[in-house]
Design a protein. Structure first.
Length: 355
């Protein structure tokens, strides 16, 4: 789809853009930046995890994997920004869904279905999506030296404050972290400069007794949050990487439980104000899925194996197993769109398994 590229419609006043599937994110972002706008969901590109050059990922891929960055708790996931699309199903039939405005909701909302389907239901050829004004400025309040439990409580508290924290993350102490040797709990503020300054001062006053505080300006914030989005502190380790989604209050307990099992956990980090947990393990860690998923199931959530060697990926399904009724429903949906199983075979279902 690399040649199926280009922006076909952009109406800044209407906050809407249409682009062919292979349009690079760099082109999308450059066009939006020139007009003072942005992709609010700030999609992860997996540049650090897989060595891709920034901006080379496509806009359709971002929606196909429902790639959602640190602002996800505030602005929603990628699927919440997709207005419509054109695609081809497993029978070679071209179809479209949605439109160019939010109130065009006739028919089934297939946009929610294809986002996160990883190309197993249809091949996207064109996408129409919302864009939003870019913030005037950004600052980050970094509270240092908190342990995971204290950081989690602080992020949950901050997310409910009227200061409108745009994103929250916690990076445990690391020699190669943004604050070497020190844990950092990050609260991002976006908006008009005067508003950001006022809200920043409010947060500093509220949290100054919790630990040392540092303030990062807009350029430093942009660099740091790109590293958070791309899980850079985790990606630096060569072993398997897992991505866990669960209730923000459960992350620290899960990490503690995994360490109690003596799993070879090298590093971890929290995004989405604690609702997203990244884990990096030793390179030759051996089977991990059963232990990790048992803890995730106990707490309620799901675990995805994002990066591993071929042998590990063959032995451990990347996606969290679905409960029986949900798996049966997913199989029926797959059969309706791709009865012969030719789209992304083996991605979510083993290639020899009927649907």
């Amino acid at each position: 789809l690399a040649d199926l590229s280009g922006i076909t419609l952009y109406e800044p006043a209407e906050l809407v853009m249409t682009a062919r599937a292979g349009t690079p994110l760099a082109e999308i972002r450059a066009t939006l930046t020139a007009n003072g706008q942005a992709l609010a969901f700030d999609p992860i590109e997996h540049t650090s995890l897989f060595g891709h050059a920034p901006g080379t990922g496509s806009i359709a891929a971002a929606f196909a994997i429902n790639a959602s960055g640190p602002r996800r708790p505030k602005v929603g996931a990628a699927r919440d920004h997709l207005l419509g699309f054109r695609a081809v199903n497993g029978l070679g039939e071209s179809f479209k869904s949605g439109g160019r405005v939010m109130k065009n909701v006739t028919g089934f909302d297939l946009s929610k279905l294809v986002c996160g389907s990883f190309g197993t239901l249809a091949v996207l050829s064109e996408v129409t999506f919302k864009v939003l004004p870019a913030p005037e400025t950004t600052e980050t309040v970094a509270i240092l030296d908190l342990d995971d439990e204290a950081a989690g409580r602080l992020m949950r508290e901050a997310s409910g404050l009227p200061q409108e924290v745009d994103a929250g993350a916690h990076l445990p102490a690391s020699a190669d972290g943004p604050f070497p040797g020190r844990a950092a709990t990050l609260l991002r503020l976006d908006g008009p400069a005067a508003s950001v300054a006022s809200r920043r001062d409010d947060l500093v006053t509220r949290f100054r007794t919790r630990g040392p505080i540092e303030i990062l300006d807009a350029p430093a914030s942009a660099t740091l949050w790109a590293e958070v989005r791309e899980a850079a502190p985790i990606a630096a380790h060569p072993g398997p990487v897992w991505r866990l989604s669960l209730a923000p209050s459960d992350g620290p307990a899960l990490v503690t439980a995994l360490r109690a099992k003596n799993l070879p956990l090298l590093a971890h980090a929290y995004d989405w104000s604690g609702g997203l947990v990244w884990l990096a393990f030793e390179k030759d860690a051996g089977p991990l899925a059963a232990a990790i998923r048992a803890e995730v199931d106990r707490l309620g959530g799901h675990a995805t194996l994002v990066r591993a060697c071929d042998a590990e990926r063959a032995a451990e399904p990347p996606f969290h197993p679905q409960p029986g009724p949900l798996a049966a429903l997913a199989a029926r949906v797959k059969a309706a769109f791709d009865p012969d199983g030719i789209l992304s075979p083996g991605r979510m279902w083993p290639p020899n398994r009927g649907v």
